[in-house]
Design a protein around this ligand. Structure first.
Ligand SMILES: C[S@@+](CC[C@H](N)C(=O)[O-])C[C@H]1O[C@@H](n2cnc3c(N)ncnc32)[C@H](O)[C@@H]1O
Length: 190
């Protein structure tokens, strides 16, 4: 982690949160990593706590790691956008997009390729074996375009623009901060 970086993990399970804290203590980074027990889609309580207690605010988030409920990837990303916490250059990495799969998230990124997001799809396989194919998506936020992130537009995505398909596997280098695994999906680097 770069100097001054902080990781905040959002974890539904208090037991898993406690395990994460133990790992960070063991790794000697518990002064820079914290976990909030909750979920982004709980009606605002967790988002408000992130703002009030963890310094989240406009353009504060540099890196997001999505590795929780696959159906939650897209709605949770939209909540972060609605709060205005992402900035042009924020990188979002999503695991397991092919298996078990996050098809709505993948389609969202494809529809916005070159408009508000630029995505590289990295071919990989599911952990602990080499048979099941998987995809990790690395998406750079390019910033809002024409009301892109008003709540109404978020629910009605623009049709995909021709000539801007998502880039294929490994067409870019490793995402900044990748490997900083956090159960809860995002880490504001300051
Ligand atoms: C695949 S594990 C994360 C593994 C971790 N990234 C790692 O590499 O070790 C998924 C975690 O997400 C949590 N989870 C599931 N749905 C969630 C949600 N909507 N919000 C927050 N956490 C959630 C689960 O309790 C579980 O601990």
């Amino acid at each position: 982690m770069p100097a001054g970086a902080r990781i905040v993990s959002i974890e539904l399970s208090p037991d898993h949160a406690e395990i994460a804290r133990g790992i960070w203590r063991h790794a000697g980074i518990d002064d820079r990593a914290s976990v909030v027990v909750g979920m982004l889609s709980d009606g605002g309580a967790t988002l408000d706590a992130l703002e009030a207690e963890h310094g989240f605010g406009p353009k504060a988030v540099d890196f997001v790691f999505l590795d929780h409920g696959k159906d939650a990837y897209l709605p949770d990303l939209e909540l972060l956008l609605e709060r205005g916490w992402l900035r042009p250059g924020t990188v979002v990495v999503a695991d397991n997009v092919k298996h078990p799969g996050a098809p709505k998230y993948r389609a969202y990124m494809a529809e916005r390729e070159g408009q508000t997001w630029r995505t590289a799809e990295h071919a990989t396989h599911v952990e602990y074996q080499s048979l099941l194919k998987d995809l990790v998506l690395e998406s750079e936020y390019l910033g809002p375009r024409g009301g892109e992130h008003s709540p109404s537009e978020l629910r009605s995505p623009r049709p995909r623009q021709s000539g801007s398909p998502p880039r294929s596997a490994s067409c870019r280098g490793s995402p900044q901060g990748a490997g900083v695994g956090c159960d809860g999906r995002f880490s504001p680097y300051r």
